[in-house]
Ligand binder design. Structure first.
Ligand code: PHE
Length: 445
């Protein structure tokens, strides 16, 4: 157990669960199915898994080792290695990205919270009626934000770790219940085919960009959440084992989530390309038909809200740790401060689903919503961009010698071939692939 006074994880298991808690959230259960549905199904799934292992995992190890090396937030971690020069702005980018993602993430999380009660009380409100109701959305937003603030307020061991430990393992079980039921529905097999039989002609440059963005978003990479979580990690811990466990748990949850959604989509004759509303439109209908659906549905949205909470707190923790370490602000003050700014930027997102015509159809962004704009800039572009810069920073500025040494502290097999392969990927493959994908998405080619 680390003895530094910033706080530390209570145990190895606690860290893995907390990191899995950060990773596994709306990104897997809400975002993964709808982007898969919009991008052709099985081929996208394969592309996503390739992005996770080729790009995501090496960057995850880089972020964790950078955090543990310095015991600092992203800005402090960078300054510990490069005290002067412009690299610290990469840390600021991470802090800002965390804050902006949190601002719209909280909205969707608030929906899941609302859907707990909607399912339990069998309220007939449709998704459209629900998402255009500004007072209801604001209320749910504030309630969810206050819950996140409450946990982060509690600090490392008392707050984040305890919650993750109790709640994360229940999630796959509840997904299995839903899958077993949906597979019995007539027409479900067509959904299984859509989800598992790849059609590579559907893949475009844009699809690759979205798969890469999803790999970052789902694994909490590219903005320093894993640097911050790594900073509370003890030197004895095995970064490779812990990181791999987190990624595999995440892929499993995503995979199950898709299995819970697509057979149902096809059985009900709906389109898989429904967009951000997919989970909120499809699953409630399933719960209505399913025996014991009220209970299963209530439990599902409860767990999804909790999964979202353990992710939201990691988004919140990045700017908070920055203020504590770099600006010497007290944890409680820092948490309220960041929460307040988040709320400010969250309002336009909350009005993006029909409540305000302006924010629903931004005139300066081809009529897309403010919410879509935020998710595009921060979820799809800023994360891969940050990840690319982190890989360059670790491989070229810190150097593979220092980085590998940090990893090997908790894993004495991490020398020779393992660390060489890691070095090649971080030095060349990550920066080049990400750069190409980013340039391609802004249509440079
Ligand atoms: N990984 C989280 C999810 O899937 C979201 C997240 C992104 C959290 C980036 C932290 C950093 O819901």
């Amino acid at each position: 157990m680390s003895s530094n006074s910033r706080g530390a994880w209570g145990s190895r298991f606690g860290f893995v669960l907390a990191a899995a808690g950060s990773a596994v959230g709306l990104g897997h259960i809400w975002r993964f199915p709808y982007v898969t549905g919009e991008n052709g199904g099985a081929a996208f799934v394969i592309l996503y898994i390739a992005c996770v292992f080729l790009i995501g995992v090496p960057i995850l190890f880089a972020e964790l080792s950078l955090g543990r090396h310095s015991h600092k937030n992203p800005v402090g971690a960078i300054k510990a290695i490069a005290p002067t020069g412009g690299w610290k702005y990469l840390g600021y980018l991470g802090v800002a990205t965390g804050l902006f993602i949190l601002s719209y993430y909280t909205l969707i999380a608030g929906w899941t919270f609302g859907y707990i009660f909607k399912t339990l009380l069998q309220n007939p409100l449709t998704f459209d009626e629900f998402s255009t109701n500004a007072p209801l959305n604001s209320l749910l937003y504030v309630v969810f934000l206050l819950m996140s603030i409450g946990v982060v307020y509690g600090g490392i061991r008392g707050g984040i770790e305890r919650w993750s430990k109790i709640l994360m393992p229940i999630l796959p079980v509840i997904l299995l219940f839903i899958i077993i039921y949906t597979l019995t529905l007539e027409g479900a097999m067509e959904g299984v085919r859509f989800y598992l039989r790849p059609d590579f002609s559907e893949i475009t440059g844009e699809t690759i960009m979205i798969a890469l963005g999803q790999a970052f978003f789902a694994n909490s990479l590219g903005m320093g959440a894993m640097i911050t979580y790594g900073s509370y990690l003890d030197k004895k811990e095995n970064i490779i084992a812990a990181g791999t466990t987190v990624v595999i748990f995440g892929i499993m949850i995503s995979f199950l989530a898709g299995f819970a959604i697509f057979p149902a989509v096809f059985a009900m004759g709906k389109s898989p390309a429904e967009g951000a509303a997919l989970v909120f439109v499809i699953l409630p209908e399933i719960f209505e038909m399913m025996p014991g659906g009220i209970l299963i549905g209530t439990l599902f949205f409860l767990l999804l809200a909790i999964a979202a909470l353990t992710s939201a707190i990691s988004l919140l923790e990045v700017p908070v740790a920055f203020l504590i370490d770099e600006r010497k602000v007290r944890r409680k003050v820092a948490t309220w401060l960041v929460g307040g700014v988040t709320l400010l930027f969250g309002i336009p997102s909350a009005l993006s689903f029909g409540a305000s015509d302006f924010f629903t159809h931004l005139p300066f962004w081809a009529g897309h919503s403010f919410f879509d704009l935020m998710d595009y800039i921060f979820g799809s572009v800023a994360l891969p961009l940050g990840g690319m810069m982190f890989s360059i920073f670790v491989a070229w500025r810190w150097g593979m010698f220092g980085a590998s040494k940090e990893v090997s502290l908790g894993n004495d097999k991490f020398i020779g071939i393992q660390s060489k392969v890691w070095g090649i990927i971080l030095k060349y493959i990550c920066p080049i692939v990400i750069l190409l994908v980013l340039l391609n998405s802004i249509e440079v080619f």
